[in-house]
Design a binder for this molecule. Sequence first.
Ligand code: APR
Length: 238
Amino acid sequence: MDFSDIRNIVILTGAGISAESGVATFRGPDGLWEGHRVEDVATPEGFARDPALVQRFYDARRARLHEVEPNAAHAALARLDKEWKGGLLIVTQNVDDLHERAGASRLLHMHGELKSAWCRACDARSPWQGELANGPDCPTCGVAGKLRPDIVWFGEMPYEMERIDRALMEADLFVSIGTSGAVYPAAGYVQTARYCGARTLEMNLDPRQGSIFFHETRIGKAGELVPAWVEEVLAANP
Ligand code: APR
């Protein structure tokens, strides 16, 4: 694919970009997410049924963030963010903080963040590092036991949809990295971008059904493919 004459880039990332850092992907070979059914830990209904289980599940994932580091793919996107003079939006479905720890800032978390808590009493979102299972007070309103993980669960509305749609419409290049394309609306972004005129590139460990929507698919590890692609796109646009 020719990467010259590109100005606006939109990059969608999924669990695959963090896999080499040691963060588990969502759809393991057993169909479970770290031993749990998605309905139990990633839906409002599951939370209503067993809030303690869900809080403990996300508390464990939040605690584990301290044990993982950004990998070469996160670093390459941070480099692109720093050096790319045109428009760039990195849309991540991931709730980890590895993109920002690598240094990316033109970034949004469409499915929320582990390091944020959402108060069901006052609706405020607050940066959060510790546990939620012990029912802490909301830093904004002071009410105890009302904070939940600020994660977009199935059946809930992803964040910043209008901003993402605008960026897709203006994109010259849409790049998808390490996502199975199993979850909408993110799975449909390639079609929106392509319909609006963008070139489309996918980098993933396995070819998927949705790969047919891309102009080009590169198969391999994000930690190898992404740095090579960033080099290529920067060299084509000096
Ligand atoms: N490099 C590139 N791709 C990889 C790597 C790697 N090292 N390891 C795994 N992959 C690929 C897998 O082949 C798979 O296609 O990453 C993809 C991960 O897919 P999922 O586990 O389904 O994760 P994701 O697409 O991010 O899930 C989307 O589903 O559960 C919800 O809200 C959750 O944001 C999540 C959404």
